[in-house]
Write a protein that binds this ligand. Structure first.
Ligand code: BTN
Length: 247
């Protein structure tokens, strides 16, 4: 795959210095009836947000962008997998001999050498016809004070933030076409080939509840398949995965 450094045709593009959150800024544009697809990048975020309303510490030099697309023919799970796969492929091209060290962690984290380097925040806008996808990638700095998971960065590769973002967008369009042609299984199989910890012992934390067992992969809806210790299979559609043996 080659690095594609153009704004995709037909997308509006906003390049900002500082915002509270790129997701919030895109939602403001949508409220003003700006039409999709929209792509927005900012150098700084003062109120970056992660999944489950967690804070996303946004150190300058890292990549923060969001895009809004019409998602009438796509499910939220499909988009989540499309984004993860596209992000892995688009990072890969900058990593030369280290490509396979980038992995995905269910549901939609991206890891390098076992540490989280990128996160994805998806929000359905208004009537459910538009999805806003926010992507944060630790390109140069790591915020280490985090007890939930290990955090890493890609600083050794000197990746240009806009080059990665444009490459991602073009890869996303390519993978969306693959999905339309071959179905969800095609995207899921790419995800599985780069997934962390299939066959390992995990805890899946649902906030109010926890399940422990062996991670057996993901089903045709993108849900996690957990083989519990009593042999029963549990299908989980949302939660945080913790690897017990430190995979
Ligand atoms: C997570 O892993 O919890 C998701 C993190 C998503 C962070 C990105 S940074 C750009 C966009 N704007 C935000 O406020 N959040 C997302």
């Amino acid at each position: 795959m080659e690095i594609s450094s153009n704004i995709p045709r037909g997308w509006s593009f906003y390049d900002l210095d500082k915002v509270d959150s790129t997701n919030e800024e895109i939602k403001r544009l949508l409220k003003k009836n700006k039409s999709t697809p929209i792509l927005l990048i900012a150098k700084k975020q003062t109120k970056g947000r992660g999944r489950l309303n967690r804070k996303w510490v946004s150190l300058e030099g890292n990549l923060f962008f969001s895009f809004a697309i019409d998602f009438s023919e796509l499910s939220a799970e499909t988009i989540s997998y499309l984004v993860s796969v596209s992000l892995i492929n688009s990072i890969d091209v900058f990593l030369l001999n280290h490509k396979k060290e980038i992995q995905c962690k269910w549901p939609n984290d991206i890891c390098f050498r076992g540490k989280k380097i990128a996160g994805i925040l998806m929000e359905v806008f208004n009537s459910g016809k538009i999805v806003v996808v926010g992507v944060g990638v630790n390109l140069i700095q790591t915020y280490i004070d985090n007890s939930l998971y290990l955090v890493g960065d890609l600083s050794e590769f000197s990746i240009d933030r806009k080059a990665l973002m444009f490459n991602f967008c073009n890869e996303f369009i390519r993978q969306k076409l693959n999905f339309e042609k071959h179905g969800f299984g095609y995207i899921r199989d790419i995800w599985i080939s780069r997934a962390r910890g299939i066959g390992s012992k995990i805890i899946v934390n649902l906030g109010h509840n926890q399940y422990t067992g062996i991670f057996r992969g993901v089903n045709n809806k993108g849900s996690l398949i957990l083989e519990q210790y009593n042999g029963e299979e549990k299908i989980i559609s949302t939660g945080d995965v913790i690897f017990i043996s430190g995979v």
